[in-house]
Every structure is written in structure tokens, then in C-alpha cells.
Design a protein around this ligand. Structure first.
Ligand code: NAD
Length: 224
């Protein structure tokens, strides 16, 4: 993401969605304004980090008054492209693909599953949660027809690279890959990898560190 000529780091973009989540929570609690300290404390980041993150996009908030919760949430939604709905597709309608499809949070956050793809003849032609399952060979046509912008890959690892290539060939620029395979893309494609096992390994690392060092108060510092 480039903003005002400056490249916005991916960690900043990640924090923006966390700021938004907190703002939505405060809004539900009836808050109208929030200070940078309050917002930053909720996410265990420094207020200076929060201000630096927001500074990529302009000046927000009033000195001594803090931020307007609704206005800052709206700005963040715009920056994150959440003021509109995105049509997404899931390739690989197995255990994980079906679980993601059934996750109501996708729709609520503006991500509408418009098509499903698989290569299993028993699944192709049927529907899940009212969404048609197309053969993956029809990807390019359906992507165009349904204006699909984001693809979630939930195929087995050996099929993931070829599926990603087909996705990119179909003109998709945003991929969320759940298969445990790294996918090489050009700079114009954003491919994010989700791997619960890697996250668990990080937790395991910190737990193991705790065992070895036996910290005085038993606390382990988790990086932000
Ligand atoms: P699954 O076997 O239940 O489902 C895979 C689906 O992909 C099946 O419907 C199959 O027919 C389809 N498929 C296979 N080859 C295909 C191809 N070339 N084109 C289109 N569809 C194809 O598997 P699952 O348990 O749902 O797991 C799916 C993927 O997600 C695996 O790669 C798995 O390792 C990964 N996974 C990742 C995480 C994570 O944290 N990232 C967690 C669980 C599973």
C-alpha cells in the first residue's frame, strides 16, 4: 500500500484492522471520543506507535480531545477498503473451505462468497450454503462474470501452487492461502499465508522459553 508517496508497512495495515476492531467495540459501548492512550492501551502498543501508524494517512483527532470514535472508525474502514463489499471465491470445498464458508463474520465484514471451486466430480455442480460449486477449470470465466477480487485457497498442499497460478492467470490480485506451501508471486499480487501450526509453534517457543528461563514472575513477554 502506498500512501502520500510513502510505502505503508504490512504490520501497520495489520494494526489498522485491530484499531478498527477496538473502535467498533468502544462504539458499541456508547463512547463518542477516545484518546490515543486509551486506544493504544487496548492493543498493548505505544501511543506514539498509534500516532505514527495513523500519520501515514493524514491528521486525525484534536489535541486534548482525542479521536471521534465514529469518524476514526469510518476513516479506517475506508483505508482498509471495508466501505464496500468484495466478492470472494473459495477454491477447495473440503473441511476448511466449508468451515470458512459457514463463518458468518465474512459476510458481516463485507466479504461475500460469490463462488466455490473444486475438482471433485462429486462436488462440482452441487451447492453449499446456497453457493454453486464450479469446476476449477472454469475459474477465469466465473471470476470475470462475478467480479471476484479475492480468492481463498483451501486445497491440499500438492495442488496449491498450480491452483495459485490459475488464480493469478484469471486476473486475481489478492490471495489468502491456507495450504502449507509458500507461493511465489510478483509484486502486483498480494498473497497472505495463514498457518495455524506456525502460530502454535510461536506459542510453543514462548512456553519452552518460559520453562528454560523460569522467569521470576512466570510472565512471558509476547511481541506486539
Ligand atoms: P480437504 O481434503 O477436506 O479439502 C480439500 C478440497 O480441495 C477437497 O474438496 C478437494 O476435492 C479439493 N481439491 C483438491 N485438489 C484440487 C484442485 N486442484 N482444485 C480444486 N480443488 C481441489 O482438506 P482440508 O482439511 O479442508 O484442508 C485444506 C487445506 O488447508 C490443506 O492444504 C490443509 O493443509 C490446509 N489447512 C490449513 C490450516 C491453516 O491453519 N492454514 C488449517 C487446516 C488445514
Amino acid at each position: 500500500m502506498i500512501e502520500n508517496g510513502k510505502k505503508v508497512p504490512q504490520v501497520t495495515v495489520k494494526r489498522l484492522s485491530r484499531y478498527l476492531r477496538v473502535l467498533e467495540h468502544f462504539s458499541e459501548q456508547g463512547y463518542e471520543t477516545i484518546s490515543s492512550e486509551e486506544l493504544a492501551n487496548e492493543l498493548h502498543v505505544k501511543p506514539s506507535q498509534l500516532r505514527k501508524d495513523l500519520a501515514y494517512f493524514g491528521e486525525f483527532g484534536t489535541r486534548g480531545m482525542g479521536y471521534s470514535v465514529s469518524k476514526l472508525a469510518e476513516v479506517l474502514r475506508k483505508i482498509l477498503g471495508l466501505h464496500r463489499q468484495w466478492a470472494i471465491a473459495i477454491i477447495g470445498v473440503g473441511n476448511l473451505g466449508t468451515a470458512l464458508l459457514r463463518y458468518k463474520g465474512l459476510n458481516e465484514k463485507g466479504f461475500r462468497v460469490a463462488a466455490l471451486f473444486d475438482d471433485d466430480p462429486e462436488k462440482v455442480g452441487s451447492a453449499r450454503s446456497g453457493i454453486h460449486i464450479y469446476h476449477v477449470d472454469n475459474l477465469a470465466n466465473v471470476v470475470k462474470e462475478k467480479n471476484i477480487q479475492i480468492v481463498i485457497l483451501t486445497v491440499p498442499a500438492p495442488a496449491a501452487r498450480a491452483a495459485a497460478e490459475a488464480v493469478i492467470k484469471a486476473g486475481i490480485k489478492s490471495i489468502l492461502n491456507f495450504a502449507p506451501v509458500s507461493i511465489k508471486t510478483g509484486p502486483e499480487i498480494t498473497c497472505l499465508q495463514v498457518d495455524i501450526a506456525s502460530e502454535l509453534k510461536i506459542l510453543s517457543h514462548y512456553l519452552a522459553g518460559q520453562d528454560v528461563s523460569g522467569g521470576k514472575d512466570g510472565k512471558v513477554a509476547i511481541p506486539g
